[in-house]
Design a protein around this ligand. Structure first.
Ligand code: PLP
Length: 432
């Protein structure tokens, strides 16, 4: 499989090059040159197939000759070695729980797959690779966990001091080894600016081989398709295709779902559930793309003011607005409705939603009001324990802390303090 840059001013590359470089030299996102159709057998027998087999068959055409099949099978087996249960919540709504991985949020799958691919691609290289990532919370933890102990790769994570939750901070800073957490005395935007500047700095490139682990990397984006196949596997009434609701921020996850459907997975209408950051809902109403400054909400992993993966969704629909609107809708849900939904769903069903899942749940309920008889599923992207304050406020009860997390919370924290200033960051990267 070859990948082209959506800016169309860079040469096409293989999966390997796309994964190692992250972004094309013209700053475009990579997109697969053709859409491989899902084998009819895979759909037909999906209920009998193990997760690793499904994942292998889904990703193989996208990887092509870049990784030998036995190794690719090992990589996906290690990537999806935890459960992805589809839990019924009501008669018409089910929740696909994507939070049973090591950092309790859905980004684990992408990060684990990407880290293992990079390990394979770089194993014969003499140079060490530095993965740079700025995080507002969940991404950093998933990347740290995914790359922990991977030979030849150093990970440097920048996070805004005092602005991530205690659990998130612990997931970034308790690792040590090849993972370094930089605690930046500034905002997430400062962290992101510093990372972006490093990528354009020739002095740093002369000294280190840099790559990025953010969600635009094809090796993080494409394996997210697995979730939708796992959901379909567990969907009981195959005659009624489910409406699929995805809590969305940077739009990588939902774009992977739309890709899965475009290549033959039988799913129904897609809904992007957003919080107050409503660039995409506005775009679908007005056809006008107006990036905003991100505003802080309870579903903080979706606080994105300029979703970078949306260009891939447009490409998937051949840049045709009407076609896009036929298959995808997008809604914005307030914090007040998020809390009210967690509270009501807990009372009526005893199911505990996290704020991201609650945004999706409310969006699905609203859709079902307008489309009686429809059935659907939400992607529950984070464990409620990652957002204990909001969940306690809504339900009146504490969320039980999983044992793995209790252990993590006892580990010592390792960070390097850093001012929000590029010169200091450069100094660190040049001389560490
Ligand atoms: C990252 C994240 C999202 C948003 O996913 P995108 O692919 O960026 O749209 C939603 N929920 C949680 C918990 C996340 O960590």
């Amino acid at each position: 499989m070859q990948y082209y840059s959506l800016n169309r001013r860079s040469p096409n590359v293989s999966f390997k090059e796309a994964a190692v470089m992250g972004q094309a030299p013209d700053k475009g996102l990579y997109f697969p040159e053709s859409l491989p159709q899902v084998e009819p057998d895979l759909i037909h027998y999906i209920e009998t197939l193990p997760e690793a087999e499904i994942a292998f068959r889904v990703i193989r055409p996208y990887v092509g000759a870049a990784i030998p099949e036995e190794i690719l099978f090992d990589i996906v087996s290690q990537t999806v070695n935890f459960p992805f249960p589809l839990q019924p919540v009501t008669d018409t709504i089910a929740s696909l729980e994507l939070f049973h991985g090591p950092t309790l949020a859905f980004k684990d799958v992408g990060a684990r797959f990407m880290s293992r691919c990079l390990e394979y691609f770089l194993k014969d290289q003499r140079k060490e690779v530095t993965v740079l990532v700025a995080t507002s919370g969940d991404t950093g933890g998933a990347v740290a966990s995914g790359f922990y102990g991977v030979e030849g790769v150093n990970v440097v994570i920048l996070y805004p001091k005092g602005r991530v939750s205690p659990v998130q901070e612990q997931q970034l800073t308790a690792m040590g080894k090849n993972i370094t957490a930089l605690e930046v005395a500034g905002s997430f935007d400062d962290c992101q600016r510093m990372v972006k500047q490093a990528f354009t700095d020739a002095d740093i490139h002369a000294r280190r081989f840099l790559t990025s682990a953010n969600s635009i990397n094809v090796a993080r984006w494409l394996p997210q398709q697995f979730y939708y196949f796992f959901a379909y596997k567990q969907w009981k009434e195959k005659a009624i295709v489910p409406v699929v609701v995805v809590p969305s921020g940077n739009f990588g996850n939902i774009c992977a779902g739309l890709l899965a459907r475009a290549t033959g997975l039988p799913l129904g209408h897609f809904i992007a559930a957003c919080n107050a950051n409503d660039v995409v809902p506005s775009f679908l109403q007005t056809e006008h793309w107006q990036p905003q400054k991100a505003v802080a909400t309870l579903s903080n992993a979706m606080d994105v003011g300029d979703p970078s993966n949306f260009v891939r969704i447009l490409e998937l629909f051949d840049q045709q607005f009407l076609k896009l609107k036929e298959h995808l809708s997008a809604v914005s849900i307030s914090d007040a409705d998020t809390i009210a939904t967690i509270s009501r769903v807990y009372r009526e069903t005893s199911y505990t939603l996290d704020p991201h899942g609650a945004v999706a749940y409310k969006a699905l309920e609203d859709y079902q009001q307008a489309h009686p008889g429809s059935r659907g599923l939400i992607l529950e992207t984070a464990h409620p324990v990652k957002f204990p304050d909001a969940v306690k406020k809504a339900t009146g009860t504490e969320v039980e802390i999983p044992a793995s997390l209790l252990e993590l919370m006892l580990q010592p924290k390792h960070t390097v303090e850093m001012p929000p200033d590029y010169a200091a960051f450069k100094e660190y990267l040049m001389h560490r």
